[in-house]
Design a protein around this ligand. Structure first.
Ligand SMILES: C[C@](O)(CO)[C@H](O)COP(=O)(O)OP(=O)(O)OC[C@H]1O[C@@H](n2ccc(N)nc2=O)[C@H](O)[C@@H]1O
Ligand SMILES: Nc1ncnc2c1ncn2[C@@H]1O[C@H](COP(=O)(O)OP(=O)(O)OP(=O)(O)O)[C@@H](O)[C@H]1O
Length: 317
C-alpha cells in the first residue's frame, strides 16, 4: 500500500502554533474560583510548536511522542494538554479518541510563552481535521477555554486583548512588525506558583489580594495606541507585567538577565507572562540579533532567541 497523501482522508495532519508574549499583563484580585481577572494583551511571536495527528487503531486512544531539545521535560501521559485536547474533542463528538500525536517542540517548556497551550490548540485543530469532525470555530474556542486560559489565544494568534481569566478575546489591530529577543532560563516556573506569589506579595504589602482589594484590571490606552501605530519606542514605554515582581521574587537571578538585555541595547525588558523567559523589545531585526548574542554571552540565561510578532495562530500546514 502507498503512503497516505497529505490532505486525503486519514492522512496525517500537521498544525503549526505560535508562542506568545504578554505586552500588558494587569492582574486583578483573586476570584472565588481561584483565577484572577486580567487585562491581558497577547502578541503571538514566530516561535512555533508543530503538532501532528495521525490515525491510530480503534481503542488505542491518544498516544503521544515529543521531539526537540526540551522534549525530556514534556509529560507524555494524560496530563499533557495535547492529550487532554484530543479527549475533549472526542467527547464533544461522542467518538473514540484514537490518534497518534507528535509534538515537535521549539517553544521553551514552562517558560511563560504558552507552549503547552500551543500544543493543546494544535492538537485540537489537528484532530478535528484528521477525524473530519468539522467543529464550528466558536465551539473549538470554547473547548480551548476549558483546557486553559491561554489556549484560545494560541488558536487565534495575531494580537488580542484577553479579559476574564484571559480567555475572552478581542482581536487587536497591529500596525507593524515588532522585533524581540527572548532569554530562555535554565529551569521553569509554575504558573499557579507565580500567581500565588503575586497574591502573597500583595498581602505582605498590606493591600489584600482579593477582588475587593485590587483595582479591576483595564487595558492601557497608550499600549493599544502603540500596537496600532506599529511604534516600537511607544510600545517599549507602555509594556507592563504585574507578575514580574512575583517571578523575580521566586527567581531573583532574573534581574541580572533583564539588566544584561537592557545593557545590550533593548528598548525595554520584561518577564514574559509568568516567566522565567525574559522578553526584550528591540528597535529592529539587527538590534534583536545583537541583544540575543549579548544575552548568550552574559551567562545569565541558558540560551537566547529572536522572534517577531504578530504571528498567525494555529494553522494546518
Ligand atoms: C500567565 C499567563 O500565561 C498570561 O497569559 C496566563 O494567565 C496563564 O494561563 P494558563 O497557563 O493557560 O493558565 P491556566 O491553566 O488557565 O491556569 C493555571 C493556574 O494559573 C492561575 N491563573 C491562571 C489564569 C488566571 N487568569 N488567573 C490565575 O490565577 C490559577 O492558579 C490556575 O489554576
Ligand atoms: N504539551 C505540553 N508542553 C509542555 N508542557 C506541558 C504540556 N502539557 C502539559 N505540560 C505541563 O505544563 C507545565 C507548563 O508548561 P508550559 O510550557 O505550557 O508553560 P508556560 O509556557 O509557562 O505556560 P503559560 O505561559 O501558558 O503559563 C510543564 O511543566 C508541564 O509539566
Amino acid at each position: 500500500m502507498s503512503a497516505a497523501v497529505p490532505g486525503t482522508p486519514g492522512a496525517p495532519v500537521t498544525v503549526r502554533v505560535p508562542a506568545k508574549v504578554n505586552a500588558q499583563l494587569t492582574v486583578g484580585g483573586l476570584r472565588p474560583d481561584g483565577f484572577h481577572d486580567l487585562a491581558n494583551v497577547f502578541l503571538a511571536v514566530d516561535l512555533y510548536d508543530e503538532i501532528t495527528a495521525a490515525p491510530a487503531p480503534e481503542g488505542e486512544g491518544p498516544l503521544l511522542t515529543c521531539s526537540g531539545p526540551d522534549a525530556g521535560r514534556v509529560p507524555l501521559d494524560h496530563t499533557n494538554l495535547a492529550v487532554r485536547a484530543a479527549y475533549a474533542l472526542a467527547l464533544r463528538h461522542g467518538r473514540s479518541p484514537d490518534v497518534r500525536l507528535h509534538i515537535a517542540k521549539d517553544i521553551p517548556v514552562a517558560g511563560g510563552m504558552a507552549g503547552g497551550s500551543a500544543d493543546a490548540a494544535g492538537a485540537l485543530l489537528a484532530c478535528d481535521t484528521l477525524w473530519g469532525t468539522r467543529t464550528p470555530r466558536e465551539e473549538l474556542l470554547a473547548i480551548c477555554a476549558g483546557l486553559g486560559s491561554d489556549v484560545p489565544f494560541s488558536m487565534t494568534g495575531g494580537a488580542a486583548l484577553g479579559r476574564g481569566r484571559g480567555e475572552v478575546l478581542t482581536p487587536l489591530e497591529v500596525g507593524g512588525t515588532f522585533h524581540w529577543a527572548f532569554a530562555v532560563a535554565e529551569g521553569g516556573l509554575s504558573t499557579p506558583a507565580v500567581y500565588r506569589e503575586c497574591d502573597r506579595l500583595r498581602e505582605r504589602h498590606g493591600a489584600g489580594a482579593g477582588v475587593a482589594d485590587v483595582p479591576a484590571p483595564e487595558p492601557s490606552a497608550a499600549l493599544l495606541d502603540a500596537l496600532r501605530a506599529g511604534d516600537a519606542d511607544a510600545l517599549a514605554a507602555a509594556l507592563t507585567n504585574d507578575l514580574q515582581p512575583a517571578a523575580l521574587s521566586l527567581l531573583p537571578g532574573l534581574a541580572d538577565t533583564l539588566k544584561a538585555g537592557t545593557a545590550a541595547g533593548a528598548l525595554a525588558a520584561l518577564v514574559s507572562g509568568s516567566g522565567p523567559t525574559c522578553a526584550f523589545l528591540a528597535a529592529d531585526a539587527a538590534s534583536a540579533t545583537a541583544v540575543a548574542r549579548e544575552l548568550r554571552l552574559s551567562g545569565t540565561c541558558r540560551t537566547a532567541r529572536t522572534a517577531t510578532g504578530p504571528a498567525p495562530g494555529a494553522a494546518v500546514r
